[in-house]
Design a protein around this ligand. Structure first.
Ligand SMILES: [Zn+2]
Length: 74
């Protein structure tokens, strides 16, 4: 009878891996310019919607809206 060996979860599914970096945002509008040499990119403004987070299209950094964030949209 073969021993049941736990298999590690798949590590290569792009849909499952976490983005490279997560930042906590304290307002719904955040600016991202990559700010590190290799990941630097032109500054873009991102708006966090109902999902509570937004991913930067340039560097894949994720901005998560803090629980204590002020709603500055009005
Ligand atoms: Zn970025």
């Amino acid at each position: 009878m073969a021993a049941l060996v736990p298999r590690p979860p798949p590590r290569y599914s792009a849909a499952m891996i976490a983005p490279p970096e997560t930042r906590i945002a304290h307002s719904r509008r955040v600016a991202c310019d990559g700010d590190e040499g290799a990941l630097g990119h032109p500054r873009v403004w991102l708006e966090i919607g109902a999902a509570g987070y937004v991913d930067c299209g340039y560097c894949d950094r994720r901005f998560v809206l803090a629980n204590d964030a002020q709603d500055d949209s009005h």
